[in-house]
Write a protein that binds this ligand. Structure first.
Ligand code: E4P
Length: 217
């Protein structure tokens, strides 16, 4: 399973990139706001060291304007995936831009039918939002499972990019269900390495080692 990092924080991406944890990056207008950076500049900086797909989102609502914005974002680097919302205009944009050879990430997906129609429009990635479904007491992981089944039934090549990942269990469950990619905030990726028994065990080993009076170096 590929790891994309869901942030526009360049330092956080670099830290994980140096550990080989970054297969791609996703951003959205809220994350650009949080970064305090200009979208074109920060996206270019991310693309300067991330080799995998870097999603940059259009903000227009009409297809013609979305297409123009998407083409401009795609000029930033060859590894840009143009991110479009799952609206009818977004699907038109997906069809046009994927036809021009650009990667397209269709975002704000909350149903299996939306994922089906995005695949038919040529999406490279579909982004179902798990956490936001969980927030309203629906099951985001069920949605990932349904999309996996539908895509496998018909051989769609659109990759399932599980988004709105809020915790380490989401990552594990997505891996079990067969999501192609998860995009998670840096803190969630770091949390994957944590376990209370690891901490406890290390504390014990450190204490016992001190009692031996030995040194390795
Ligand atoms: C996905 O591409 C989105 O950027 C992101 O995962 C949304 O997550 P949130 O629901 O935590 O804002």
């Amino acid at each position: 399973m590929k790891f994309f990092i869901d942030t526009a924080d360049v330092d956080a991406i670099r830290e994980l990139h140096d550990l080989g944890m970054v297969d791609g990056v996703t951003t959205n207008p809220s994350l650009i706001l949080k970064s305090g950076r200009n979208i074109l500049e920060v996206t270019k900086e991310i693309c300067s060291f991330v080799q995998g797909p870097v999603s940059a989102e259009v903000v227009a609502l009409k297809a013609d304007d979305m297409i123009a914005e998407g083409r401009k974002l795609a000029e930033i680097a060859p590894n840009i995936a143009v991110k479009v919302p799952l609206t009818w205009d977004g699907l038109k944009t997906c069809k046009v831009l994927s036809g021009e050879g650009f990667m397209v990430n269709v975002t704000l997906c909350f149903s299996a039918n939306q994922a089906l129609i995005a695949a038919k429009a040529g999406a490279t990635f579909i982004s179902p939002f798990i956490g936001r479904l969980d927030d309203i007491n629906l099951d985001g992981l069920d949605l990932i499972g349904d999309i996996r089944t539908i895509y496998d039934n018909y051989g769609f090549e659109t990759q399932i990019l599980a988004a709105s990942i809020r915790n380490a269990n989401h990552v594990k469950d997505c891996a079990l269900i067969g999501a192609d990619v998860v995009t998670a905030p840096p803190a969630v990726i770091k949390a994957l390495a944590s376990h209370v028994l690891t901490d406890k065990g290390l504390e014990q080993f450190t204490a016992d080692w001190a009692k031996t009076g030995q040194k390795i170096l």
